[in-house]
Structures are given as C-alpha cells and as structure tokens.
Design a protein around this ligand. Structure first.
Ligand SMILES: NC(=O)c1ccc[n+]([C@@H]2O[C@H](COP(=O)([O-])OP(=O)(O)OC[C@H]3O[C@@H](n4cnc5c(N)ncnc54)[C@H](O)[C@@H]3O)[C@@H](O)[C@H]2O)c1
Ligand SMILES: [Zn+2]
Length: 415
C-alpha cells in the first residue's frame, strides 16, 4: 500500500480515510463532478452525481468514526427519499435515526432545534456522530445549526434536494433559524464536512420551486461570470425541461462561484456580500409579503431586475445590462415587477435587513454582466428612482429629488 495515499479499502469494499490529508469523496470508476471548497482545515468537497443518493452510506466512511447518523428531513422529502437513504446507510454499516420535521419555513425555529437536540440526546449521539441534512434550505439551515451546538459541534453533511439548496444554501456554512422579529436572526457559521448533490432529486421538485431556484443561478452569472450568463441565455429552454447536461453544468458552475466567493471571505466581511445581489429588494419584498405568497427565489428574481434598474439609474451600468437581466429573468418564468409596495414600506423593509450598516443600506450593483460593485445607497436616490418609476410613494425626506442626471453624476463621481 502506498503510505502517502490517505484512503484505505476495507475487506467489505468500503473506503476508509486514515491519513491527515483531506479525503476525496470520489468513488473509483464513477464519473462525478467535484467542487472543492477551500477553507483551510474546514475545507470540504461538493460532490455532484446523478443517482448519488443510493451511495450516500459509502461516502460517509471518511467523515465519521461513529455508527450513529441522524437523518434530518421533512415530510415531503421523507416520502420520496428517506427509505432509499436509510437503506444505503444501513448497508454501509450505520445505525441511522430519522428525524422528520414538518415542511416549510415555519419549521425554522428554535423550537425545532430543541426537538432535534432532544432526539440526539435521547439516542445518545456522541461527538463523532454525524447529522445528515436531507432536504431543502430549511432542513439544511436547521440541521447545520443543531450540529453546530450539540456537544459544541458534531460533523454534518448536506444532501440538498431543492435547486436553491444545491446551488446556494448548502454551500458556505451559514446555518440558523428565524426569530419572530426577523428571518435568519439566530445562527452560526458552521461548515459541513461534505455536500452530496444528487440532481435526480430535482425531478420531483414542484415546478414553482425549480423556477425560484433559477433566480439564484442567474445571480451567479451576473455577479461573476458573463460566459455562464450567456450559457443560461442559450440553455434556458433546456433548463426549464430539466435536461440533465445543462442542469448539471448550471449547478456545478453555481457551486464553483459560491465556493470561490466563500473561500475568499468566509464570514461575510466584504467580498461575500456580492452574493446578496438581488437580495436587498428581494428580502424587502419577501418581508412585506409576510413570507407568504412570494417564495424566496421569486422575490430574488424581482430583486435582480429592480436592483439592475436602480444601478442603471445611478449611472453604474448601461441600459443593455438591465435589458439582458430582465429578459433572462422573464424567460426563466420569473416575475420582475415590484408589487404594490409604497416606497416608504419598501425602504422601511430594506432597513431591517442585515445588510444595513450605520443606517445605510449596503447594496450590490452590476457594472456589467459578470461584475458587481458593493456600495451604500442613500434614501433620496432610492426614493427618486422609485418615484420616477411608479409616480407614487413617499418623497425623499429632505424634500429634494435628484433627477436622473444628477444621481448619475453623483454615482459616477463615487466610482
Ligand atoms: N444558509 C444559506 O446560505 C441559505 C441560502 C439561501 C437560502 N437559505 C434558506 O433556505 C430556505 C429556502 O430553501 P428552499 O427553497 O430549499 O425551501 P424548503 O427547504 O422549504 O423546500 C421547499 C419545498 O420543497 C420541498 N422539497 C424539497 N426537496 C424536494 C424534492 N426533491 N422533491 C419534492 N419536494 C421537495 C420541501 O418539502 C418544501 O416543501 C430559506 O429558509 C432560506 O432562508 C439559506
Ligand atoms: Zn437567496
């Protein structure tokens, strides 16, 4: 045996990690995509492979020495994928405990965390026991947070089953729950040991959830990669039909971009903010809708277009940038219009976001497709833009309304 090779094969065919290096999750002879997330000792791989769910058990041996695995999922996902997952885990020699939660955002509470912790304590989970998040972003966020605090941190693995979770929430280590006074107010940065993506699970995703996830995919093209944006323009019809090849490329490229951004700025001090493009207005609209009626990706789709319009108004990008973004968002089947919100309520909702520093809203603005800048926005500028667009809502508090050109000149001067 080569002593430098960190994986050893057991008599039952399982691959066991025994060295100091980070193990690769790749299974010999199986073509799969791997995107490394480079975060020093917290580094991990995103593994992408159709049919991966059936081999989930084999892929965990490098990540835990305990036989106990807690499989956290929701009822919708459990009815489709839990049995197969449990079978794969048992076959690989694990003793899995399913923890099945109600589906939906309302599950993201401290009460749910208490229930997961109760189950772990009751089943005598130890420091090395692993939690597996099988589901969408809600399941990933609560499982990660429970893993972060049970016995001060136990390993966890993400097995995301929605597009939003596969391209966004499972990668980057943000975990947490909502508070009645705000979404995602309570949480921790806690990295998974691996993200295992089976794109075949997307086949059962409700179409509305699929389309909502495309908003996050489009976002990656806008913030970091014009070529990817052009690929989405070209392949949107195929993506809407769930054609395997473009779907896998879209997920992989999205993960690569998120991984690069997170590796450069794990705790969102600066660069990571670019991931919030479309989310300043998106989150405000979600909050104004009371987190009902409009799902996250749908709100982000509107945010992508409206924030581009605002950037154009400020003179940061040309009209052609807005037109390309609007056209792609529409072709994905997403809406791009702000609903009947008044400026006062929209600005108020934007103020409640975590992206507010010292009362100023920090925005992310496209300068061209593939490049964005991070910059605060003043209330007057935003109000003037809104008023020009809708001709209603509050006037800027100073009473002064900068016209398009004065706002553009100001923005250019700041660039
Ligand atoms: N941690 C992060 O960085 C991050 C990033 C983005 C979003 N989020 C969070 O993610 C959550 C949204 O995630 P989401 O959009 O995945 O929502 P979700 O987890 O609520 O899933 C959406 C719905 O799809 C169902 N579902 C999941 N997978 C399925 C499948 N394969 N087949 C059929 N049905 C399936 C779920 O049961 C649910 O009803 C929000 O709470 C948001 O705050 C977190
Ligand atoms: Zn988002």
């Amino acid at each position: 045996m080569n002593p430098g090779f960190p994986i050893q094969e057991e008599s039952d065919g399982r691959l066991v990690y025994w060295g100091q290096e980070r193990p690769s999750l790749g299974m010999a002879g199986v073509a799969e995509q791997i995107v490394p997330v480079t975060l020093g000792e917290r580094s991990y791989d995103i593994v992408l492979h159709p049919g991966l769910l059936a081999t989930v058990g084999d892929r965990l041996s490098a990540l835990t020495t305990s036989p106990k695995i807690g499989v956290v999922t929701d009822r919708h996902v459990a009815s489709r994928y839990l049995q197969g997952t449990l079978r794969s885990l048992s076959k690989a020699g694990y003793d899995p405990t399913p923890i099945i939660l109600p589906p939906g955002e309302r599950t993201k509470t401290l009460g749910t965390i208490a229930k997961i912790l109760d189950a772990l304590a009751k089943h005598k989970f130890e420091r090395q026991s692993l939690l597996l998040a099988l589901g969408g972003g809600v399941i990933g966020d609560v499982t990660g947070f429970a893993a972060a605090i049970y016995q001060r941190g136990i390993p966890f693995v993400q097995v995301p089953t929605t597009l939003v979770a596969q391209v966004d929430s499972s990668v980057g280590g943000k975990t947490g729950v909502d508070h009645r006074l705000g979404k995602n107010l309570i949480g921790a940065f806690y990295q998974p040991r691996a993200v295992l993506i089976d794109p075949l699970t997307l086949r059962t995703l409700p179409r509305r959830e699929w389309i909502a996830g495309l908003a996050e995919v489009i976002k990656y093209g806008i913030i970091a990669d014009e070529e990817f944006f052009a690929f989405l323009e070209q392949e949107m019809p195929a993506l809407l039909k769930l054609d395997e090849e473009p779907v896998i490329h879209a997920i992989k490229r999205s993960c690569e971009i998120k991984a690069q951004v997170v590796a450069a700025d794990e705790r969102e001090s600066d660069r990571r903010r670019i991931l919030n493009y479309g989310h300043t207005i998106g989150h405000a609209l979600e909050s104004l809708a009371g987190y009902r009626g409009l799902i996250h990706g749908e709100a982000v789709g509107i945010g992508l277009v409206q924030e581009a319009e605002l950037a154009c108004y400020m003179g940061l990008c040309g009209r052609e940038v807005v037109d390309r973004i609007r056209s792609l968002v529409q072709r994905a089947g997403l809406s791009e219009q702000v609903s009947q919100a008044s400026f006062t309520s929209l600005w108020g909702a934007m103020q409640h976001d975590k992206k507010v520093v010292g009362g100023r809203v920090i925005g992310v603005w496209p300068v061209r497709i593939g490049e964005v800048v991070i910059r605060p926005i003043e209330q007057q500028v935003c109000a003037a833009w809104f008023q020009r667009k809708h001709g209603r809502g509050s006037r800027p508090s100073s009473g002064r309304q900068p016209g398009k050109h004065s706002a553009s000149r100001k923005a250019r001067a700041r660039r």
